[in-house]
Design a binder for this molecule. Structure first.
Ligand code: IGP
Length: 268
């Protein structure tokens, strides 16, 4: 059983429980349910954007505890001040130490920045939660969904006004699951079996992503030269968590990376 299988098995139990605790009618009455979501895609493709999706992540299965001291409101506001185009907030508790309250706090603290609900979405109920908690977009991970599930969930998200970031790890996932109801395609550089990251994955898959989607490279990114290489290859955005969160001042780490990026020339 891979770690992803374990996470998904746990998630099914969690979602079943949440559904009984909080009926859909309660989610629909939460104030943010009626909020008009912001466009992450526009924020990333804006010419003046850094393209950075800055992630709030306390821990992960691969790294253990990354940061158990940072506050979510302060950190995400710092990210935005330092140039983050979009925020990503983990809401999975068992494996990543995130909570729904983290997402809600990030929303309150950052009214005009798009926020990704970072979780393992396997059920349309979680899209309603995302909307009620103030998210603007959701992640769908091809590795844990069938093509039909990706199609259904992304259509449902679109009906709610939420954008979708579809995460893929290889050609097969991309070819099987990409559908027009997705807005952004993320290539995860992390091999979910070995946890190793390699930007070769992004450089290989970019060719196959049509230009109608915003293109995001995810995981293991920490230096401006690599980001320039990926930008040159066609990526619009960069999803970065650990490189910021492992420092004592995540926002300062983001500001430093942006400063380096702006003075790093494009590779030939
Ligand atoms: O912390 P990193 O290596 O910068 O990676 C961020 C993000 O890509 C990673 O957290 C991630 C990518 N896909 C996921 C799916 C679930 C949870 C986490 C993730």
């Amino acid at each position: 059983m891979t770690i992803l299988d374990q996470i998904v098995a746990q998630k099914r139990i969690e979602v079943a429980q949440r559904k009984t605790e909080t009926p859909v009618s309660v989610l629909e009455q939460m104030p943010d349910f009626r909020r008009v979501p912001l466009s992450a895609r526009d924020a990333i493709q804006d010419l003046n954007s850094t393209g950075i999706i800055a992630e709030f992540k306390r821990r992960s299965p691969s790294k253990g505890v990354i940061n158990d001291r940072a506050g979510v409101a302060e950190t995400t506001q710092g990210y935005v001040r330092a140039g983050a185009a979009v925020l990503s907030v983990l809401t999975d508790e068992p494996f990543f130490g995130g909570t729904p309250a983290d997402l809600q706090a990030a929303r309150q603290a950052n009214p005009s920045t798009p926020i990704l609900r970072k979780d393992f979405v396997i059920d349309a109920y979680q899209l309603l939660e995302a909307k009620a908690w103030g998210a603007d977009l959701v992640l769908l991970i091809a590795a844990c969904l069938t093509p039909a599930e990706v199609a259904d969930l992304s259509q449902e998200a679109q009906n709610l006004g939420l954008q979708v970031l579809l995460e893929v790890h290889d050609e097969h996932e991309l070819d099987q699951t990409l559908t027009h109801t997705v807005d952004l395609v993320g290539v995860n550089n992390r091999n979910l079996k070995t946890f190793e990251t390699s930007i070769e994955t992004s450089l290989r898959l970019i060719e196959r992503i049509p230009d109608t989607f915003a293109k995001i490279t995810e995981s293991g990114l920490h230096d401006a030269a690599t980001m320039r290489t990926l930008f040159r290859a066609g990526f619009d955005g960069f999803l970065i968590g650990e490189a910021f969160m492992k420092t004592s001042d995540p926002a300062a780490a983001l500001a430093e990376l942006v400063a380096q990026y702006n003075t790093t020339p494009l590779p030939i």
